[in-house]
Design a protein around this ligand. Sequence first.
Ligand code: SAM
Length: 444
Amino acid sequence: MATVVEPRPMISEEAAPNGTVSPLESLPPIDPAIILQPNDIKAVPALVGEIVSRGLTAVKGDDQARVALLESARALVRALEKPRETMIRHCWADNTAFSALALGIDTGVWVYLGADDKPKTVADIAAATKIEPALLSRLLKHVAAMGYIHETGRDEYRPSSFSKSLTIPIIGAGYQIFTGPGSTGGLGKCVSSLPAYLKSTGYKTPNSMSDGNLQFSHETKLNMFEWLHANPPTGQQFNQHMGGYAQGRPRWLDDGFYPVQERLIEGFSGETLLVDIGGSVGHDINEFATRFPDAKGRLVLQDVEAVISTITENQISPKIERTVYDFFTEQPVKGARAYYMHSILHDWPDEVSLKILANIKAAMTPGVSRLLINENVIPDVGAQWEATALDVMMATLLSSRERTRVDWIRLLEDGAGLKVTNVYTFANGVESLIEVVLPETETE
Ligand SMILES: C[S@@+](CC[C@H](N)C(=O)[O-])C[C@H]1O[C@@H](n2cnc3c(N)ncnc32)[C@H](O)[C@@H]1O
């Protein structure tokens, strides 16, 4: 059947206000024939070659080779797909699979299916989860068609490693915060409202914590953290999601990343060694306590009450002091060797970040204290998709941003009056460790 295609999608009124003709209108239309051609068939032979050569190294357990292979495999899919297929995947397939996976987490489908590796019928899963069998049958068919579980027969499925992992809170929680709780639509609602919100602002960079896209989407004045905690159990799920995000990623404590022994531990004889500001349930500072059990000095975890109160007795090392602290108030721990912040400043626009930084700066002792900022430093070219996704997510949820090196220097040196001594970067797509001192300090 012949495809009838309009010359181009309608461009919004903002591009051509008051009936004027947008300069975009005079640009030549794209030939609709490309819709039915692969996106980049010429790239396919080279990508297949890459996959073969990288595949051999990746299966030997080299994780960097695995990641490179994955990028080649993704590029191959994009090159082979026709625009129509990519569009259907984006608009129908990925988002409905996401909803079905989230529903399976909420109802225990993946728990039941993953109890062992034996195939299970829809009837049995439906009985265990109280989902109408006819409905479950359709949902599981799609999840299997998308490759997330294995179809073993008619209305019969076997779990995959991935579907089993959905039963682990740090993996499953992300799906829950993006779809719920209740009928709120969760954070996912904010993702779909972003174009409309930005249109309403005349396409300006969002910079208001209390009047941004999340507030537009959920009709609230609460900022994201307040909204999460006001909609339980989303706050707790968010903490789990952050734990999941950090899994398996290189950490600043890894060998060859930041010289912890030399920069923090050696020669330190003060009172407090490390303060983890906004440290959530303590995954980073606990890792520090585990890796450096003999390091001298207090280890202090700080976060808001709603987070600190969720930490169970044995969840983190007893050496770690769990304290409730609001980083917009005076920092109570003075002269620590290191004030550490992981994924904090990316949550806040510059103006607000400067308030957080001022409180830390006032507590730092020249020649002793270092501020360690564990964040993405987005490269000017060749940024990795996980970091760019996070950047757009920051604009979507918090009117904030991931920052480039220039952005960081502007914020930390020009704005906060601190001095950046070094940016320790492990690999593209991995968060860097920005080491900062007081400008008058001799500690470099
Ligand atoms: C993106 S999470 C990062 C958590 C942790 N550092 C990590 O990397 O997993 C931001 C953290 O900042 C905390 N936070 C938000 N507002 C805060 C405030 N005013 N004072 C202290 N912590 C706050 C949140 O509770 C949350 O744990």
